[in-house]
Design a protein around this ligand. Structure first.
Ligand code: PLP
Length: 436
């Protein structure tokens, strides 16, 4: 039996309508930018395997780090035990992260990094005997699929079936300036959205446990790029209202927006920062939640009920830590951030002209992400434009997964200029045809 038929018989895929979805691609191996399919075709991974890969697939240095670690220590529980890879990774992350971060808490993926952040923020106030019970988040947010992370995300097709299970949050407008939620111009959208956020915080009085945002780039919610002043404003208003700023850098961390961390675009330090995805360069699932000293201190007590009772079986997995460390070495050795800067230039040069296509509404580029939003009366994830364009691009050897009417290209940073230009040409031709 073919692999895809055996798959059909036993496997349930994520975000996939198993009745109508096309058969999955049987991938036999991957190297650098390319995925190799069972039938011998190769396709360019233009989505970094769901935003996790940064140095290319099967990188010799990462492979070696993983193998070497497996020979030493593959895993051990992380309560009551520790090991060099986890300690060294925390040290290295704290050197790189925005100033003020002082401890790293490991978990398993992006959703759990956010889940841990929300629970820490909640218990932080409780441990200080100030019960604060509200979170403020943004429209178009996506923070993951566990129940807490879903609660904090936008009310959408992803979360709606579970609505009664979710805790309520207060949602403010985000500066989606192309479709300004307040109907304003690009120039004033930013300021008024910040005003809306402040209004949400103010109406909750002193009850806000934290403000959770995806800095600079709201990804799954539509690839929305912010003006940096909005991010600076979020920090200022959290300070003004004495509440915690939580930055979900699960996607934006590790160079995706051109800076090591997106918070650097506005020179801000959050109180809590969530990491995952490119943390292990796309090799292994791991999350990390870093916090300031003030937050850890609120958990230090002779009273054991003030402990942070949260953990996962694979917390601090040594294999994942070893690959993460090797990935950080590659940032230095391969000049990774310079590569992202070059990629950004190529994306800008290639995608900006697409504004001239009649059905293109907006073009946005930040770091290693190039975005084309199509004009649409029904924007959103369920717009069938996405699957159609995805299939046409796949025929040409380019793997993308548009979010409804929003087409984006997010390759590993190791892509060459010629490969980027090739990919942009495929996108331009398909969008040109589709529109015609
Ligand atoms: C992907 C993503 C998550 C969830 O991460 P998973 O590893 O898929 O659970 C959370 N926040 C943001 C911003 C993300 O992009």
């Amino acid at each position: 039996m073919r692999l895809v038929d055996r798959d059909r018989a036993v496997v349930w895929h994520p975000y996939t309508q198993m009745l109508t979805a096309p058969a999955p691609l049987p991938i036999v191996r991957a190297k650098g930018l390319y995925l190799y399919i069972e039938d011998g075709r190769k396709i360019l991974d233009g989505i970094s395997s769901w935003w996790v890969n940064i140095h290319g697939h099967s990188h010799p240095k990462l492979n070696e780090a993983l193998a070497a670690q497996a020979r030493e220590l593959e895993h051990v529980m992380f309560a009551g035990c520790t090991h060099r890879p986890a300690v060294e990774l925390a040290e290295r992350l704290l050197e790189l992260l925005p100033r003020g971060m002082s401890k790293v808490f490991y978990s398993d993926n992006g959703s759990t990094a956010v889940e841990a952040a929300l629970k820490m923020a909640w218990q932080y106030w409780r441990n200080r005997s100030e019960d604060r019970r509200a979170f403020v988040t943004l429209h178009h947010a996506y923070h993951g699929d566990t129940v807490g992370a879903m609660s904090a995300s936008e009310d959408s097709v992803f979360t709606r079936p579970f609505a009664p299970l979710l805790f309520s949050v207060s949602r403010a407008h985000s500066p989606y300036c192309y479709r300004c939620p307040l109907g304003l111009t690009r120039e004033t959208c930013n300021i008024e959205c910040l005003g809306d956020l402040e209004a949400r915080v103010e109406e909750l009085g002193g009850n806000v446990a934290g403000v959770l945002v995806e800095p600079m780039l709201q990804a799954a919610g539509g690839m929305i790029v912010w003006p940096a002043e909005f991010l600076a404003g979020v920090r200022r208003l959290c300070d003004r209202h004495g509440t915690l700023m939580i930055a979900d850098e699960v996607l934006t961390g590790f160079g995706r927006t051109g800076k090591m961390f997106a918070c650097e675009h506005a020179g801000v330090s959050p109180d809590i920062i969530c990491l995952s995805k490119a943390l292990t360069a796309g090799y292994l699932p791991m999350g990390a939640t870093a916090v300031t000293n003030a937050i850890c201190e609120a958990f230090l007590s002779e009273d054991r009920t003030k402990t942070f009772f949260h953990g996962h079986s694979y917390t601090g997995n040594p294999l994942a830590c070893a690959v993460a460390l090797a990935s950080l070495d590659l940032f230095r050795e391969e000049g990774t951030l310079d590569r992202v800067a070059a990629l950004e230039q190529t994306l800008r040069a290639g995608l900006e002209p697409l504004r001239r296509l009649a059905n293109v509404g907006d073009v946005r580029v930040i770091g290693g992400v190039g975005i084309v939003e199509m004009r649409s009366d029904e924007p959103g994830y369920l717009n069938d434009f996405g699957p159609r364009v995805g299939a046409a691009l796949l025929d040409r050897g380019l793997l993308l997964r548009p979010l409804g009417n929003v087409v984006y290209f997010m390759p590993p940073y190791s892509i060459t200029q010629a490969e980027t230009e090739w990919a942009i040409r495929q996108i331009a031709e398909v969008l040109g045809k589709d529109i015609a």
